[in-house]
Design a protein around this ligand. Structure first.
Ligand SMILES: [Zn+2]
Length: 185
């Protein structure tokens, strides 16, 4: 039930989904927008969650059009590196302002330059973060630096492909049989 300001009471609503063309920040975007209608009078009913949904749909369409990292990808990065460093420290490692990464996690749209950094992190993983950490060594106290470096190194090692396995049938090569090598004295 939602409150209808026309009927002045809580009413059942019907959600309508429309594909709309919206101009935002000078870009013509096509995105899905949702609206709630009062089942009794048919007027629009304000719903906070739909308002957020509609806003994020516009942001997502804008990001896609501008080739910026998607919001869900930002959240995946935040989750992936959660155990390595706080959002504040991740910002510092990546050379952003202290609250920048946190804002991106709240849905702020990154600049092209920072979006590119985040996309590079997506592609290269912990190795890239380690490289960035080294570049911004001065931003950290030494014990903090060592702690983060250790976690990243562990991550880099676990990201490596498993040790090369030889796909050889030893039975065929005869290598399973002990061989004696004679060396001339
Ligand atoms: Zn109504």
């Amino acid at each position: 039930m939602e409150f209808c300001v026309y009927c002045l009471k809580n009413v059942d609503v019907t959600i309508e989904e429309k594909e709309e063309e919206i101009v935002w920040k000078g870009e013509k975007l096509t995105c899905i927008q949702k609206y709630a209608h009062c089942n009794e009078c048919g007027e629009l009913v304000h719903m906070g969650e739909l308002h957020d949904f509609n806003l994020f749909a516009i942001y997502d369409a804008y990001r896609a059009k501008k080739h910026l990292i998607s919001y869900s990808d930002v959240l995946v990065l935040a989750k992936t590196y959660k155990h390595v460093a706080s959002k504040r420290n991740l910002s510092k490692i990546l050379g952003m302002g202290p609250h920048t990464f946190e804002r991106y996690c709240d849905g702020y749209i990154p600049s092209k330059a920072f979006s590119d950094i985040l996309k590079e992190l997506q592609q290269k993983g912990a190795t890239y973060l380690l490289e960035k950490l080294k570049n911004h060594r001065d931003s950290f106290k030494s014990e903090e630096y060592v702690k983060i470096e250790k976690k990243l190194l562990d991550m880099v090692l676990s990201e490596q492909p498993p040790v090369l396995t030889l796909d050889v049938d030893f039975g065929e090569t005869g290598w399973d049989k002990p061989k004696k090598f004679a060396f001339a004295a």
